[in-house]
Design a protein around this ligand. Structure first.
Ligand code: SAH
Length: 390
């Protein structure tokens, strides 16, 4: 099977077993069409939309301006589904990680990272991943399936539920930014991600501005332009190496879309300027990609692209084959970038004590032995593979 075929080979979950429609993830026109089918005026869609995405209502009886008959019809035919929480962990630094269960029992992770001026929610786009990047924990787990739009947008809705972050006049928001940097390759699930992004960025609903949504890709070159044109989100590229020889090994997708082609697509990304740059993520691997020569080559490669660099200290996970670069090596690397005009590029690891940092996300897709499951039911241990062995 070719790499590209992964994008279509794994369908989203089938319709709900009870035949009802989940309203989450429908576009506005789809919602209007559904209301028309129920004999209602399409303009009601706006009202319903605001209940769903501004107020976070999941119970039709609460939607008091909709009329009793419509509420009853909606309750009969439709649901407002959120992912369920299989487990939750709170880090010392306030980072919170959820293992979320989808209707079919598949699990993914999302992470909330509170900061002084903003709060970022890192969400997943697939259950597992096809990419097998050598340093990434999710890469050790096979792709199980794509997430659907409701499951992607639902991660934000669930976070708003838990963090009590639904619309209130004038209040600070717990989630101001969304990054598609969790499990999976978003550009291999483009259609579902696109639908979810439209829901997430709708100004009359969840209202996260496009600029504050960042899609991170390992470099699915043919989808990059489309992503900029159709979604207008900020782009992050997982680069991690400056030669094809090394990148082929670290990010096997590079064999298909080498650095040159990737950077050419970046140069053409719509809407770039000095205020709006592409973020290049670069994981710092001891003795592998962290030499001054690597840093200088990185500067050379990025020339002409409005770019930021994010140096990510490698976050180890049980069984990983790499070590994080020394602080001195990271500083040296950062200095070279800084002298070339790229400011403060080192990413502080967050949520390390709960294995919530970059690249550590991995839910358990295999069936675990009975004794482990029993321990999970009765013991305090969280249902997250990495955390159990940490
Ligand atoms: N598939 C997408 C999004 C998921 S990975 C992509 O590749 O961009 C999100 C980011 O975490 C990527 O930059 C990835 O390279 C980085 N990452 C993965 N494993 C890591 C680890 N163990 N330590 C630090 N960063 C890691």
């Amino acid at each position: 099977m070719s790499i590209d075929s992964h994008s279509t080979a794994f369908a989203s979950p089938a319709a709900r077993a009870d035949g009802r429609t989940n309203l989450i993830g429908l576009s506005r026109p789809e919602l209007a069409a559904l209301l028309e089918e129920l004999g209602e005026a399409p303009f009601r869609a706006g009202q319903l939309w605001r209940w769903l995405y501004r107020r976070g209502a999941s119970d039709f009886t609460a939607m008091t301006d909709l009329g009793k008959t419509l509420r009853a019809k909606l309750a009969e035919r439709c649901v407002v589904d959120r992912p369920g929480i299989a487990s939750e962990q709170l880090s010392r630094d306030g980072t919170r990680k959820w293992l979320l269960a989808m209707v079919d029992g598949q699990k993914v992770e999302s992470v909330h990272i509170p900061e002084t001026e903003r709060g970022t929610l890192c969400i997943s786009s697939q259950v597992g991943c096809t990419l097998t990047c050598r340093f990434c924990h999710t890469g050790t787990q096979p792709l199980v399936r794509n997430l659907g739009p409701a499951e992607i947008a639902g991660q934000l809705m669930l976070a708003r539920d838990v963090l009590k972050d639904w619309y209130r006049e004038g209040d600070e928001r717990a989630v101001t930014n969304v990054v598609l940097m969790g499990m999976g390759e978003p550009l291999y699930n483009y259609d579902n991600v696109a639908r979810a992004v439209k829901v997430i960025t709708d100004g009359d609903g969840l209202a996260i501005s496009r600029r504050r949504v960042t899609l991170s890709t390992a470099g699915v070159v043919p989808q990059i332009r489309r992503c900029g044109e159709e979604l207008g989100v900020s782009l992050a590229i997982s680069l991690h190496a400056v030669t094809d020889e090394l990148r082929d090994r670290l990010v096997p997708l590079n064999k298909r879309y080498p650095i040159r082609a990737l950077l050419a697509a970046c140069r053409e990304y719509p809407g770039l300027n000095n205020a709006r740059r592409i973020t290049f993520e670069y994981v710092m691997l001891d003795g592998v990609n962290d030499s001054p020569a690597d840093a200088r080559e990185l500067v050379r490669l990025l020339r002409g692209i409005p770019a930021k660099v994010n140096l990510i200290p490698f976050n180890p996970w049980p069984g990983s084959a790499f070590a994080c670069s020394s602080p001195a090596a990271i500083d040296r690397f950062a200095d070279i970038l800084m002298n070339a005009g790229y400011a403060s590029p080192i990413r502080t690891p967050r949520g390390q004590d709960i294995l919530a940092a970059c690249g550590q996300l991995r839910s358990e897709s295999r069936r675990r032995p009975r004794h482990e499951r029993r321990a999970e039911l009765h013991g305090p241990e969280p249902a997250i593979a990495g955390a159990v062995s940490a």
